[in-house]
Design a protein around this ligand. Structure first.
Ligand code: UD1
Ligand code: CA
Length: 455
């Protein structure tokens, strides 16, 4: 079924108390509007129009996807007026689905059900039954139960306000009738706005079939008007994500303490402890264990690798059986091979660490290539930056780097070399030899410490 989709996103969102436009506020790490657009695309619309507001240039810049048509609503005169701005961009022979930029969780299945229920030239309303319908437009029905109108709360009589069936705002409309209906809207109501909902009365008068479809889950149709609602929806989203992972066999210490802000793919028997945050695309292969409070972005973690508490990973690959953390930081371009060990307060950037190599304590490894079975002692630093350029350090297999060694790049350490503790390496170190740069140790017998002056 081909259709037009219009996303209304021109509202200011005053109640967010934020400089960021409401539809750009993030939910699960992604702007609200992006959630709606991704849902919309799943319905394969012929046209995807976003009605954006005055000063909403930042919205356009943030979401500059090429399939979008932008319709400016310079003044926010109501939802009916907003849809009017989109009219020139719609295919008249196709139905038009109206979505809201601030209703991010509606599911494509629900929208498909709405399309099935409303006949091709009819009007469909997505509704919900709410125990507390306060603030919403109410669905009014006639004696036979047919939908008669939608009345906004501010315009409703006390009796109408008792109706618990509400308009979620999501409508499916016959596009050919829209120019006429929208032209006829009046702003003579409690809010002085052109209400899109007033097209319902017109459809009824013209004998056009109107169908109401109830959303499958109530949370799908919840809107975001303030930070409280946004936080609530964030938790709803995360709970869904945790449920998906648990069903699939992932062991979570606490499904309430997991945050996935992107796509997390897990193999079998994965364990994730409390408080972890995943961003971007993360893959955890079979039997991976993630300790508490790890932050992991855009990473692949291979079979059986273990991350201890407070490990921070961004743009890295961790080899099978590797052991990382606690308190390790793997920055973009880090590749740990099989069974590598990276311990506390070790930072690695843009480096390849060979199989079985270890950097267990307090080190910085940047722009380096380490072979297999290299031992990096405590306090080792690759001095990769000369103030202007970055240089690489190459360390071959089976090298032992003593503690507190600085490797001033570009520098090369041959296979099997040993660097003595405290060495400042400015020239290449030959294979299989001990290289050490250190002032000779001297002792002064009978030397006395200075004493404090008296009086
Ligand atoms: C609207 C519905 C109400 C429904 C409720 C569901 C109307 C008249 N009322 O009320 O029946 O129960 O949504 O949440 O439609 N917008 C624009 N331009 C405007 C005004 C609004 O783009 O001039 C956009 C907003 O950005 C928002 C959406 O339309 O995404 C809804 O606007 P809002 O003012 O929040 O409508 P409600 O009063 O909540
Ligand atoms: Ca609203």
């Amino acid at each position: 079924m081909s259709l037009n989709i219009v996303v209304l996103a021109a509202g200011q969102g005053k109640r967010m108390n934020s400089r960021l436009p409401k539809v750009l506020q993030p939910l699960a790490g992604k702007p609200l509007l992006r959630h709606v657009l991704e849902t919309a695309r799943k319905l394969n619309p012929k046209r995807l129009v976003v009605v954006y507001g005055h000063g909403g240039e930042v919205v356009r810049e943030t979401l500059d996807d090429t399939d979008l048509v932008w319709a400016l609503q310079a003044e926010q005169l109501g939802t009916g007026h907003a849809l009017r701005q989109a009219l020139p961009f719609l295919e008249p022979v196709l139905s038009t689905l109206v979505l809201y930029g601030d209703v991010p969780l509606v599911r494509p299945e629900t929208l498909a059900a709405l399309m099935v229920a409303a006949s091709a030239d009819g009007l469909g309303i997505l509704t919900a039954q709410l125990a507390n319908p306060k603030g919403y437009g109410r669905v009014l029905r006639d004696a036979r139960g047919a939908v008669r109108a939608i009345v906004e709360e501010k315009d409703a009589s006390p009796e109408e306000r008792r109706v618990t069936e509400i308009n979620t705002g999501i409508l499916l409309l016959p596009t050919a009738s829209l120019p006429r209906w929208l032209e006829n809207l009046s702003s003579a109501n409690a809010q002085g706005e052109y209400y899109l909902t007033d097209v319902v009365v017109q459809a009824v008068e013209e004998g056009i079939p109107v169908r109401a479809v109830e959303a499958a889950c109530q949370w799908e149709t919840e809107g975001v008007n303030d930070r409280l609602q946004l936080a609530r929806l964030e938790r709803l989203w995360q709970r869904e994500e945790a449920t998906r992972l648990l069903r699939q066999g992932v062991r979570l210490t606490d499904p309430e303490r997991l945050d996935v802000r992107g796509a997390l793919t897990c193999g079998r028997d994965v364990f994730i402890d409390a408080g972890c945050v995943f961003t971007g695309e993360v893959t955890l292969e079979d039997s991976v264990e993630i300790g508490p409070y790890c932050v992991i972005g855009n990473a692949r973690i291979r079979t059986g690798a273990k991350l201890a508490a407070y490990t921070h990973v961004e743009g890295a690959e961790i080899g099978a059986g590797a052991v990382v953390g606690p308190y390790a930081r793997l920055r973009p371009g880090t590749i740990l091979s099989e069974a590598a060990h990276v311990g506390n307060f070790v930072e690695i950037k843009n480096s390849h660490i060979g199989a079985g190599s270890k950097a267990n304590h307090l080190a910085y490894v940047g722009d380096a290539d380490l072979g297999a079975r290299v031992n990096v002692g405590a306090g080792v630093i690759t001095c990769n930056y000369d103030g202007a350029n970055k240089w690489r350090t190459v360390i071959e297999d089976d090298v032992f780097i003593g503690s507190d060694t600085q490797l001033v790049a570009p520098v090369h350490v041959g296979k099997g070399a040993t660097l003595g503790a405290g060495t400042t390496l400015t020239k290449d170190a030959p294979a299989e030899a001990l290289t050490v740069s250190r002032a000779r140790q001297t002792s002064f017998a009978g030397w006395k410490r200075p004493e404090k002056h008296k009086g």
